[in-house]
Design a protein around this ligand. Structure first.
Ligand code: AMP
Ligand code: MG
Length: 315
């Protein structure tokens, strides 16, 4: 059973194996509704009101209690920010708006350096957890869950399928994947996109059970200005698009973690592989020169096969 919906700015494919069609169809509808609910809860775009937009519009300095789910995801985001030494930062909303990659008409040239500098100067410490709420020190400090909310939606989508008795499923949101169970006797087989050659894969993975694989890439939203690529994954410490990677793929047990860390790893580049490995996750990084690096001994945990022309440079 297979169904596709448009959500979170991408096509989301639901594939269910080994369940009757009627039950699978009910489960997919419930999962899609749940994922849409999460998109509405976290999005900073469109006209619909939500607590994230209210927080971003509230007076700087006031303590604001966020709904439980938002509070929790912000807590997890802050933890990734700390562990990644600021490579990930959920408060970079203004910087993202300034660069304009999430707007419907994408920009064609970078913003002025002074405006970037002004936001970056407070970004590393502008968000504080106080009592049972959160507070911003500057108006330019704006929450942006763009790097992690899709993963959370995938996670909740799979939870909903399971609550309807589904055991074997895959939810694919534009290449970001959450799987459960297996494809009959076989594992699920998924490909990692080549960052420079559309339609080609750099590797395939065979996985079963509860796993997620999420990729952050510089090919998703970008423009070329004076021969240089400017894209939507920003280094919050510099205020500029991160330059160490072409794509970063993280495989974790849950999609929220995989999504958050794929963005963090993209910014950190090869240096981030060690911490990913230490936390028990796996990753495949294509560096700025197009070379592949992975976490240590990845093959002992995953059935990974690199496509023949891709050369591995380190392990
Ligand atoms: P992803 O495609 O999951 O890597 O997420 C990219 C989106 O996350 C961007 O469109 C921004 O909304 C936001 N973002 C960009 N850079 C960062 C960063 N370093 N830390 C946190 N969020 C980011
Ligand atoms: Mg991400």
């Amino acid at each position: 059973m297979h169904e596709t919906r448009f959500m979170m700015g991408t096509l989301v494919d639901f594939t269910i194996y080994g369940a009757n069609t009627k039950n699978a169809s009910i489960a997919i509808k419930a999962a899609a509704d749940e994922m849409q609910r999460i998109e509405n809860l976290f999005t900073i775009y469109g006209d619909q009101k939500n607590s994230v937009k209210m927080f971003n519009g509230a007076k700087a300095g006031s303590d604001i209690k966020l709904p439980d789910e938002v509070d929790k995801l912000l807590g997890r985001s802050t933890e990734i920010k700390e562990k990644s030494s600021g490579a990930f930062n959920p408060a970079l909303g203004s910087l993202n708006m300034l660069w304009g990659f999430s707007q419907s008409t994408p920009p064609t040239s970078p913003p002025p350096a002074e405006e970037i500098e002004q936001i970056v100067s407070s970004l590393s410490h502008c968000l504080q957890q106080r009592g049972n709420g959160w507070s911003r020190t500057e108006n330019s400090c704006q929450l942006d869950f763009g790097a992690i909310a899709k993963g959370y939606a995938l996670e909740q989508g799979m939870k909903t399928l399971k609550s309807h008795g589904i055991k074997h499923a895959i939810i694919n949101a534009g290449g970001d994947i959450r799987i459960s169970g297996s494809h009959g006797e076989r594992p699920w087989q998924i490909g990692i996109r080549h960052p420079r050659q559309p339609g080609q894969v750099i590797a395939t993975l065979k996985i079963t059970g509860d796993k997620s694989m999420v990729t952050s890439g510089d090919y998703e939203r970008f423009y070329i200005y004076k021969g240089k690529r400017y894209h939507h994954i920003l280094d919050p410490r510099l205020g500029m698009p991160a330059t160490r990677s072409q794509s970063a793929t993280v495989i974790a047990d849950d999609a929220t973690t995989a999504d958050g860390w794929s963005t963090a790893l993209f910014v950190m580049g090869e240096d981030g592989l060690e911490i990913i490995g230490m936390m028990g996750m796996d990753a495949i990084l294509v560096d700025a020169n197009g070379k592949i690096h992975t976490t240590k001994n990845i093959e002992s945990r995953l059935q990974l096969s690199l496509s023949p022309p891709m050369l591995r440079t380190s392990d």
